[in-house]
Ligand binder design. Structure first.
Ligand SMILES: *[C@@H]1O[C@H](CO)[C@@H](O)[C@H](O)[C@H]1NC(C)=O
Length: 247
């Protein structure tokens, strides 16, 4: 449980002390700075929230900022909205059609596109850093290492997807060679990439969709935590084979 203390000093000032709430790596944006900053980045993920956010969802968002600190193409930002007093930033919330009940609301702004993408969590437990990262990646094409993914293999997967048959064979060979250079843990991931490439070669591009449906189905069922993690990682890898243009 996170606490929010409001201390009224003898001078009548109100100090709000927040416990581990600051979002390291998040850039606070407001009505004046928003339109200056947003177009400068390939992708900006924004959390619209109350002015002093805390709690599980805020913590998930903080994870995204930490996990993506090395990504030059993605900016993680937050807009604190006050629905009272001076109504700070409520104009921004209104502009993007965000109500008080929607907080925290996630929007993804992609360069060259005027309307943001909206992240939808069906259940509270779907509001996770991993799901939001997956959402960012699928709509923006910005590389964010999702759990289980290997950057170089993700690049090969993208190449594979747009290649013709003879090129695909070469890419598959490159993936296999690359696999041998990896650490034990990454090699397990590499095997998944290689296997997927082989399956797609056998069954055609439709396999990606079929496999996605199958994994989503399995993930809805009862699974041990270990098994669940494996399936989720597999789904993440599979996503590297889907084009963002299709989404
Ligand atoms: C596949 O693409 C490569 C590179 O664009 C090209 O050189 C080759 O002729 C193509 N092969 C076929 C079978 O279309």
């Amino acid at each position: 449980m996170r606490a929010l203390w409001i201390v009224i000093t003898t001078f009548g000032c109100v100090l709000i002390a927040a416990n581990a709430e600051s979002c390291k790596g998040c850039v606070p944006l407001d009505s004046f700075s928003f339109d200056k900053v947003i177009p400068k980045f390939k992708a900006v993920v924004v959390k619209f929230d109350v002015a002093f956010p805390y709690g599980d969802k805020h913590d998930e968002f903080r994870k995204i900022a930490a996990d993506t600190k090395d990504s030059q193409d993605l900016l993680v930002a937050e807009v604190g909205v006050k629905d009272f007093g001076n109504k700070d930033n409520s104009d921004l919330a209104q502009k993007y059609d965000i109500n008080k009940d929607d907080y925290p609301a996630i929007r993804l702004f992609v360069q060259g596109r005027s309307e943001p993408y909206k992240f939808v969590a069906e259940k509270d437990e779907d509001f996770t850093a991993d799901n939001i990262k997956r959402f960012i990646r699928s709509h923006s094409g910005v590389y964010l290492g999702l759990p289980g993914c290997v950057e170089q293999l993700d690049r090969l997967a993208k190449e594979y997807q747009s290649a013709n048959e003879s090129e695909r064979k070469k890419i598959l060979e490159r993936a296999k060679i690359f696999e041998d250079t990896l650490s034990e843990e990454q090699r397990t991931a590499a095997k998944v990439y290689v296997k997927l490439m082989e399956r797609i070669m056998e069954r055609g591009d439709v396999f990606v969709q079929t496999e996605q449906t199958r994994l989503e189905g399995l993930l809805k069922g009862k699974l041990s935590n270990d098994k669940k993690r494996v399936m989720e990682e597999r789904r993440n890898i599979l996503q590297s084979f889907t084009s963002r243009d299709e989404l």
